[in-house]
Design a protein. Structure first.
Length: 260
């Protein structure tokens, strides 16, 4: 195979990109995403190496690999660029395997905080609010709100990895994903407060009780966000808030405004 043939053409990259959607189809406890990673990059490796060299190269990608699935395309895009340079005889300071081991843990932390801890709860609150209003396509909102960031990361992450190589790490840092994760959590807390106030007002109206106190619930969300920034577990604050609303609702309906 000549050096000019060792190029990743667009069709090959498209096949790799499509396979990234099935990354976790062969997930296991021994190599985590390793088999899925090897399956995803296999079209690219077939393009870069002759059949006799292919098994050894694929074996490197089938080893232990574990990071957030939305961040994996960026890792594999950079790894394929490094692999192409190695196949062309270019001297590089770090191997694709070493690069993957270096970034998989930080990317996992960023992805978990943003997508699982930030966007998913926010999408759930939004869809629950729409479902409460009787919107039939509320479940679709929950799906789309998570699918759009997924498609963005799986597309742009893979593109930046292929285009910028090792510099893609700096590009992802410029996105400030950790700050966006914190912002999503703050918005979720405010949304939970507003949704809880709506539920309380609706319940009080059914019990013929004035809901004039409900705006005070919204004002209570600000100190909760402050406590969250100080390290208090968000789930603990949600449990406390729900318990406080339940006690307040019971006292108003059974003590203060007890029907005659």
């Amino acid at each position: 195979m000549s050096e000019t043939q060792r190029q990743l053409d667009r069709w090959t990259l498209m096949k790799v990109w499509i396979r990234l959607f099935f990354l976790q189809a062969s997930w296991n406890y021994e190599t985590m995403q390793g088999l899925g990673v090897a399956y995803a990059v296999l079209p690219g490796l077939r393009r870069l190496y002759p059949p006799q060299e292919l098994p050894g190269v694929v074996a490197d990608y089938s080893q232990y690999f574990n990071t957030h699935p939305y961040m994996t395309p960026s890792v594999l895009g950079t790894a394929l660029k490094l692999q192409q340079e190695m196949a062309q005889g270019v001297t590089i300071g770090i191997s694709p395997r070493q690069y993957s081991e270096m970034v998989m843990a930080p990317y996992a932390a960023i992805g978990d905080a943003l997508f699982w801890g930030g966007l998913r709860p926010l999408a759930a609150v939004l869809s629950l609010y729409l479902a409460f209003l009787g919107v039939l396509w509320a479940p679709l909102v929950f799906f789309v709100a998570q699918a759009i960031p997924h498609l963005w990361m799986i597309g742009m992450g893979f593109y930046f990895g292929l285009r910028h190589g090792l510099l893609s790490v700096e590009r992802i840092q410029q996105w400030k994903l950790s700050d966006k994760a914190l912002q999503c959590k703050q918005v979720t807390m405010f949304a939970l407060g507003g949704f809880g106030a709506l539920l309380a007002v609706t319940g009080l109206e059914k019990a013929n009780v004035s809901g004039i106190w409900a705006p005070g619930v919204l004002l209570s969300i600000a100190p909760m966000v402050y406590l969250m920034r100080r390290g208090v577990t968000p789930m603990l604050m949600v449990v406390v808030l729900v318990g406080a609303w339940a006690c307040l609702y019971w006292s108003l309906t059974n003590v203060v405004f007890k029907p005659l």
